[in-house]
Design a protein around this ligand. Structure first.
Ligand code: UD2
Length: 312
């Protein structure tokens, strides 16, 4: 199959690219290298440097493509509050350009990255896809609009669409030194550097941490399944972990006592977030199951190898 991955030089996109290549697909990466890194792109994959708002470039790139995996986005919740117009431009306009170019090029399917942030402030109950969306940041709002766009293209314009609502994805290649960094990479790097860890809020907030290779395997499965019209699916483990438990586990793996500094809660932060994985299990027959300890060890190994180049 010919698969094009937008954002394929980034953390999640490049892991998907690697697995698509390993599965024998013909892979092209489309990335503007704002946060992505050319070195992440598999050697045998094609590479096009381009922006997702550049329709002319997309139309050229999508010729002959069977499946587009759309991962390019701005993803930091606090950053989206600081720059709501810029986020709209990349995430909403950019995704519309991707869907419309896919339609015009007769791409069969688009698999789009969505987010658990759509569920909003959060309860301790596992979030189900049919729950009412309560976006609490421009980022979450952008992704909800992407899902609506995808539903329209899927149900009315003949482009199959599958939206994957990622929970907290972590693993190697998630850089700790960007404003888009996730908590696992930040805490891993700071622990390695023996620096104090900032906890926003009480640290009792929970997240569903899902290992990037599990996510990539699931997305690859969605490229390959036979039929789809439009679907929205949680990608998580179904297991909540508190921030304090995460930090404890990282400390235990490194045999180091974390030093914690408490700060006020972060604007737009949701308190609890965990996936209901019933639909995921029904669609794929499997749920991400990499043990947190194992995934964190791999992440710490990667951070250890890059720590010399990291400025926190
Ligand atoms: C993540 C994703 C977001 C979206 C969402 C879905 C990242 C960067 N963001 O947002 O794109 O998909 O999940 O639910 O992956 N924290 C600290 N100290 C730090 C950094 C973070 O206490 O130094 C806290 C933060 O306040 C939050 C938790 O850790 O309560 C997780 O933060 P995050 O930025 O990794 O991810 P989140 O859940 O905001």
């Amino acid at each position: 199959m010919r698969i094009l991955i937008t954002g394929g030089a980034g953390f999640i996109g490049s892991t998907i690219a690697e697995q698509c290549v390993s599965a024998g697909h013909d892979v092209t990466v489309y990335d503007n290298l704002t946060t992505g890194n050319r070195a992440n792109v598999p050697a045998t994959a094609g590479f096009i440097e381009g922006d997702i708002r550049d329709s002319d470039r997309l139309l050229k790139a999508f010729k002959g493509i069977d499946v587009v995996v759309h991962q390019a986005a701005r993803v930091s919740v606090p950053d989206s509050i600081a720059d709501p117009v810029g986020f709209w431009d990349v995430n909403v306009v950019g995704t519309r350009c991707v869907l419309e170019s896919a339609r015009r090029c007769q791409v069969r399917r688009v698999v789009l990255a969505s987010t658990a942030a759509i569920y909003g402030p959060g309860s301790l109950d596992a979030a189900r896809e049919e729950d009412a969306p309560r976006p609490a940041s421009p980022y979450a709002d952008n992704k909800l609009l992407n899902e609506l766009d995808a539903a329209y293209y899927g149900q009315h314009l003949g482009v199959e669409t599958i939206c994957t609502r990622y929970f907290n994805v972590y693993g190697p290649r998630q850089r700790p030194d960007s404003p888009y960094a996730g908590v696992v990479s930040i805490m891993s790097a700071k622990l390695r550097l023996n620096e104090p860890l900032t906890i926003f809020g009480t640290g009792q907030q929970t997240r569903d941490f899902v290992y990037v290779e599990d996510v990539a395997r699931t997305v690859l499965g969605f490229c390959e399944i036979r039929n789809a019209v439009h679907d929205v699916i949680n990608i998580g483990t179904g297991e909540p972990t508190s921030l304090l438990a995460l930090v404890d586990t990282l400390g235990r793996i490194l045999d180091r006592e974390p030093r914690l500094v408490h700060a006020g809660p972060r604007p737009g932060d949701v308190l609890h977030s965990v996936a209901n994985v019933t639909r995921l299990a029904a669609r794929t027959g499997a749920v991400p199951a990499t043990p947190l300890d194992w995934g964190l060890s791999r992440t710490l190994d990667w951070i250890g190898g890059s720590v010399g180049q990291i400025a926190l």
